[in-house]
Design a protein around this ligand. Structure first.
Ligand code: CAA
Length: 259
C-alpha cells in the first residue's frame, strides 16, 4: 500500500499492521489527503485476514498536532460543510479490528481526537495531549467534546476544551484517558506488546467484544446488555469458540483461525 502522507506495513509483526502518520515537518497535521489515505488504509487492513490488530503512530515529536490549520484558515462555514472533512473519519469508527494508538509528543486537536478514536492508547512520557482549538477561535470538531468528556468526565474535559491547556501523559493516565505511559523509547514496543496480547485471541470474539464495549457509549444499560448477550451467543457460531473451550479442557494453548 503506497501513500504520500502515511506509511503502511500490513505485517509489521505477525497479524499486526502498523500505520505511521508521515508529515513530520508539519507535526503530522491531518490534512484532507492524509485523512483520506488513513481511511483507505484502514478499510483495506480491516478486510485483510492476515491482520488482526492495527497500530497507528506518528513520530517521537508528534502523534499529530491537529487538523491542518493552513487548509482551513480561509474557509467559510459553507466550504467546511461541503468539504465535510470529518466524513473520512467515519471509517476509523467503522473499523472492526482493534486499533491501538502509539503516541509520543503532541496529540492535539484532531490529533487527540484521532487518538481517542482508537481502542487503546499507549503514550510515551513526552506526550502532550490537548484540545487547543479554542486558542485559534474554534472548538473541537471531530469528537473532542464528546469522547474526551466520556473518558475523563466533565470537570477535566471543560478545563482542557475551554482553556486549551495540554496535559501530560501521566495526567492522561490518571484521568483514565489512556492505557499506559512508558519511557520515550518504549512506546511503540509497548503498543506491539499490547497488540500481541490481542492477536493470539479469537478474531471473531475480539471483533464482537470491541463492538460491544463501544455500544456502551450509545445505549442505555438494558439495551447494552441485550446487545452484549446477542454478541456472546453469536460467539458460539464460531469454530474459535469450540477450539477455545476444547483447548482449555485439554490443557493446551488454543489456536484461533477467525472462523
Ligand atoms: N496545522 C498546520 N500546520 C501545523 C499544525 C497544524 N495543526 N501544527 C503545527 N503545524 C506546523 C507549523 O505551522 C510549523 O510549520 P512551518 O515550519 O511551515 O511554520 C510546523 O508545523 C512546526 O510547528 P511549530 O513551529 O509551531 O512547532 P513548535 O514546536 O513551536 O510548536 C505546537 C508545536 C505547540 C504543536 C504548535 O505547532 C501548535 O500549537 N500547533 C497547532 C495545534 C492546534 O491548534 N491544533 C488544533 C488544530 S484545529 C483542529 O484540530 C480541529 C479539529 O477538531 C479537527
Amino acid at each position: 500500500m503506497q501513500f504520500e502522507f502515511i506509511i503502511v506495513n500490513p505485517q509489521a509483526e505477525k497479524y499486526v499492521a502498523l500505520i505511521q502518520l508521515n508529515r513530520p515537518k508539519e507535526l503530522n497535521a491531518l490534512n484532507l489527503q492524509l485523512m483520506g489515505e488513513l481511511r483507505d488504509a484502514l478499510k483495506e487492513l480491516d478486510n485483510n485476514d492476515e491482520v488482526r490488530a492495527i497500530i497507528i503512530t506518528g513520530n517521537e515529536k508528534a502523534f499529530a498536532a491537529g487538523a491542518d490549520i493552513k487548509q482551513m484558515a480561509d474557509k467559510t462555514a459553507i466550504d467546511m460543510m461541503n468539504v465535510d472533512q470529518f466524513s473520512t473519519w467515519d471509517q476509523i469508527k467503522k473499523t472492526k479490528k482493534p486499533i491501538i494508538a502509539a503516541v509520543s509528543g503532541f496529540a492535539l486537536g484532531g490529533g487527540c481526537e484521532l487518538m481517542m478514536h482508537c481502542d487503546m492508547i499507549v503514550a510515551s512520557e513526552s506526550a502532550r495531549i490537548g484540545q487547543p482549538e479554542i486558542k485559534i477561535g474554534v472548538m473541537p470538531g471531530a469528537g473532542g467534546t464528546q469522547r474526551l468528556t466520556r473518558a475523563v468526565g466533565k470537570a477535566l474535559a471543560m478545563e482542557i476544551v475551554l482553556t486549551g491547556k495540554f496535559i501530560t501523559a501521566d495526567e492522561a493516565l490518571r484521568a483514565g484517558l489512556i492505557n499506559k505511559v512508558v519511557p520515550n523509547e518504549m512506546y511503540l514496543k509497548e503498543a506491539f506488546s499490547l497488540a500481541k496480547q490481542v492477536v493470539d485471541k479469537s478474531p471473531v470474539a475480539i471483533k464482537l467484544a470491541k463492538e460491544s464495549v463501544l455500544a456502551a457509549f450509545n445505549t442505555s444499560l438494558d439495551e447494552g446488555l441485550i446487545f452484549e448477550r446477542k454478541n456472546f451467543y453469536l460467539c458460539f457460531a464460531s469454530e474459535d469458540q469450540k477450539e477455545g473451550m476444547k483447548a482449555f479442557l485439554e490443557k493446551r494453548a488454543a489456536s484461533f483461525t477467525g472462523k
